[in-house]
Design a protein. Structure first.
Length: 157
């Protein structure tokens, strides 16, 4: 794993990974940057490693082991209880790929998830204007050849 660019004023972080284990490690590092409450859009093509990144975040929060974290594609939402710096954290991992409109999205109760102790990670959240509007940042994962991935984390002020 290579950190390819220094953080720009702490708001943009870029990483390049070369295998799944690297992506999990980046997730562990990112967990230290995510201060609740946060709602982050996870964007990237199918198979680029969005759920793999969440595995590392969940591990860093002591919320779940990597092999316990799976894609919520069919269940839409997975919830994990963890801690960050001794404070309880709720980790919500959503996948809205299969949802077709804002009305379906409303049934998830996204606003109720955004509590002061919550980290909400939404795969395919860029599909929905309401999620983009509420998001406090984005994690974009791009395939750059073979198993290599570029991970760009942008946190809003």
């Amino acid at each position: 794993m290579t950190n390819v660019a220094p953080p720009a004023e702490g708001r943009i972080h870029e990483f390049t990974t070369h295998r799944g284990a690297d992506t999990i490690e980046v997730g562990r590092k990112l967990a230290r940057l995510l201060v609740p409450p946060q709602l982050l859009v996870l964007s990237g093509d199918l198979g680029t490693g969005k759920t793999t990144l969440v595995k590392g975040i969940a591990e860093a929060l002591d919320a779940a082991e990597a092999d316990e974290v799976t894609s919520p594609t069919f269940t839409l939402l997975h919830e994990y209880d963890g801690a960050l710096d001794g404070k309880a954290v709720k980790l919500f991992h959503l996948d809205v790929y299969r949802l077709e409109g804002e009305r379906q999205l409303e049934t998830l109760g996204l606003d109720e998830l955004l509590t002061p102790d919550a980290l909400v990670l939404v795969e395919w959240g860029e599909k929905f204007k309401s999620i983009r509007k509420k998001a406090t940042g984005e994690i974009a994962i791009t395939a750059v050849g073979g198993d290599a991935r570029k991970i760009t984390v942008t946190l809003k002020e």
